[in-house]
Ligand binder design. Sequence first.
Ligand code: NAG
Ligand code: NAG
Ligand code: NAG
Ligand code: NAG
Length: 489
Amino acid sequence: MYQRKKKQSNLSLSETIGNLSKKLPMSSTFLRIRILSPSLKSFILILSIVLNIYLLLSHWYLYALESEISRAAVSPTARQHLLFAIASSSLSWPRRESYVRLWYSPNSTRAFAFLDRPVLNPSSSLGDIPPVVISGDTSKFPYTFRGGLKSAIRVARVVKEVVDRNESDVRWFVFGDDDTVFFVDNLVNTLSKYDHDEWFYIGSNSESYEQNVKYSFNMAFGGGGFAISHSLATVLARVLDSCLMRYGHLYGSDSRIFSCLAELGVGLTREPGFHQVDMRGSLFGMLTAHPLSPLVSLHHLDAAEPIFPGMNRTLALEHLFEAVNVDPTRILQQTVCYDRSSSLTFSIAWGFAIQVLEGNELLPDLLSMQRTFTPWRRSANIDASHFMFNMREYPRDPCKRPIIFFLQSVTSDQHGILSDYTRHIDGKCLSDATKNLKRIRVFSGKLDLDVEQMKAPRRQCCNVLVSFNESVIINIRQCGMDELIAVHV
Ligand SMILES: *[C@@H]1O[C@H](CO)[C@@H](O)[C@H](O)[C@H]1NC(C)=O
Ligand SMILES: *[C@@H]1O[C@H](CO)[C@@H](O)[C@H](O)[C@H]1NC(C)=O
Ligand SMILES: *[C@@H]1O[C@H](CO)[C@@H](O)[C@H](O)[C@H]1NC(C)=O
Ligand SMILES: *[C@@H]1O[C@H](CO)[C@@H](O)[C@H](O)[C@H]1NC(C)=O
């Protein structure tokens, strides 16, 4: 749109020049000048030259101004265009700061934490956590959901309070809880697919069918986080209070935002990288079968086991971020390759874990999630219809499970990225093909996707380069045009 505008003004400029040069020497004005007195003639000539110069300059000025504006509008969305508003409370903030520290950087991320009241003993290292804002009074709004928490109103109103701060150069407002872990670069890339001057409400619903039935399939669940374009947020901030009066019967803050946006006529744009994580136990099955969209958020990590064995939650997440910080777009991206000589299948979730399976498994089977987790509601039935995705069993017998290699380290230099995975020993059931295999090294290039590639992502391919006795080396690369991820026989 801006490109077209620029062309139009370009045309009108050259047209103007063309018209002027056509008119000037030959036109009847010129003939009429000849019969006028010499002094008047030269006066008119000078006047017309001055007029021409003025016209040309003013056109140039307008043209330059317009292209300056359009350049600013199409400049790629960057970290500083996002303003995060984190919903927290004086009770939970000290415990959850460690989650926020993972993704927040005072130099490149803009964020505020909204609390009900000041924290009694603030953390000593204030520099690396976002500034705290104390929420306004919400006592005039009704809350009638039995057994719910009235703080839902305060949290919903964060949307208005952060917009009303008039922070400059914000393209997207992003909302999350204090236990939402964001992957900021991936969020920036995801949002850059959309025009922040249009009205967008972007997020994802729950993994739990039951939760979606209860709240809405079309609601962005607050813990997974959601983004609202600047233009929409400005309008929402103006009307939110009147919505809050009408939705006192709802449970959560996200339901209130969803309802108000629905009244504005806006629906959810679903992005599968946002994860509410309404599940407990081991997230392994979910993290090793991530969709092709980049990972944008993880939530409810307090309720899940640490994602790496032998570490506490904080350390395990920091370990994941060692890979995130080297190649954010590729984190968890699943790639599968085959070693024909040993008849092994390697399923890589980059930066996290590699599974080695005996035999040649078909790709679509590996894309479904292994059920390593349990439902959010402890009493819920664990059947195949509980979750919103396809699942396969995770065998109870450890000998029937894939062999798992967890991320050990990531290094990068100008030649590329090397990630190292070491074997997780559980059980003694080892076959001849794998009994000595202790280590897998993976080479890859940094995954940089432009907006067009983000809109139509394609899974990458890999090769088993060398298979030694104790270690395997794998290379991840772009697939060939007709290349299939399969064993070719
Ligand atoms: C932020 O910027 C300051 C000054 O430029 C620098 O000293 C500091 O190390 C930076 N911090 C981070 C976390 O990058
Ligand atoms: C933001 O701008 C509005 C309208 O210009 C003004 O009423 C309001 O006081 C401003 N808020 C802040 C925090 O500056
Ligand atoms: C996690 O483990 C590290 C190192 O053992 C320790 O410093 C840290 O306090 C632990 N964190 C929690 C929340 O237990
Ligand atoms: C493979 O490694 C194991 C353990 O280090 C060793 O005992 C065995 O001899 C090696 N086999 C070959 C063929 O190198």
